[in-house]
Design a protein around this ligand. Structure first.
Ligand code: FES
Ligand code: FES
Length: 170
C-alpha cells in the first residue's frame, strides 16, 4: 500500500511496488489525461511533474516516489507557469491530434517554472524528448515563447502546393 499525493489530494493505492506511476495514475487513480505512448521513456507522452520536475511516469516505479508530490495535466493549469502555457497553447492553436500534447504541456510548464525566459537552446533541451507525430513543433516553440514573454514572433509560412491531377497545370 502506498499513499500518493496527486494534484494536492491523497490517494491510498494497493499496487505492486514496481508498477509504473503512469499505470497507477490512469488505472487506479482514474486520471487519464496522462498518456501512454512508448512505455520506454522515449516519447514524452507520459510526462508528469514530480516535486516540480518533469518526469516520464511510464518508467517511474511507484515505490520510487516516496513523499514527493505529483502534478498531472489535470491540475497543471492551477500553477502560474501551467496556466500561461495552457493559455498560449489555446491562443496559438498548437494541438493537432492531441495525443502528445499533455506531455508537451507538462514539459513546457516545468521549463518555464525553472527558466521563465528560455532561449531557443533552453527550449530545445527541455522539449527534445517530447515527440509529436503530427509535427506541431513550430507551434509548440511559438506557444512557449508567448507564455514566457506575452509576445508572439513571426511564424514561418509554408507555401501551399497546387493540387496535382486532371486539369492541374505543370
Ligand atoms: S510513454 Fe513514457 S516516454 Fe513514452
Ligand atoms: S498533436 Fe498529434 S502527436 Fe502531437
Amino acid at each position: 500500500m502506498f499513499t500518493l499525493n496527486v494534484n494536492g489530494q491523497s490517494h491510498d493505492v494497493d499496487v505492486p511496488p514496481d508498477m509504473p506511476l503512469l499505470w497507477v495514475l490512469r488505472d487506479v487513480v482514474g486520471l487519464t489525461g496522462t498518456k501512454f505512448g512508448c512505455g520506454v521513456a522515449q516519447c514524452g507522452a507520459c510526462t508528469v511533474h514530480v516535486a516540480g520536475q518533469a518526469m516520464r511516469s511510464c518508467v517511474l516505479p511507484v515505490s520510487a516516489l516516496g513523499s514527493r508530490p505529483v502534478t498531472t495535466v489535470e491540475a497543471v493549469g492551477q500553477t502560474p507557469a501551467g496556466q500561461k502555457v495552457q493559455q498560449a497553447w489555446l491562443e496559438i492553436e498548437v494541438v493537432q491530434c492531441g495525443y502528445c500534447q499533455s506531455g508537451q504541456v507538462m514539459s513546457a510548464a516545468a521549463l518555464l517554472t525553472h527558466t521563465p525566459d528560455p532561449t531557443d537552446a533552453d527550449i530545445d533541451a527541455a522539449m527534445s524528448g517530447n515527440i509529436c507525430r503530427c509535427g506541431t513543433y513550430a507551434r509548440i516553440r511559438e506557444a512557449i515563447k508567448l507564455a514566457a514573454t506575452g509576445r508572439t514572433t513571426a511564424m514561418p509560412t509554408v507555401p501551399i502546393a497546387a493540387p496535382a491531377g486532371p486539369g492541374a497545370q505543370s
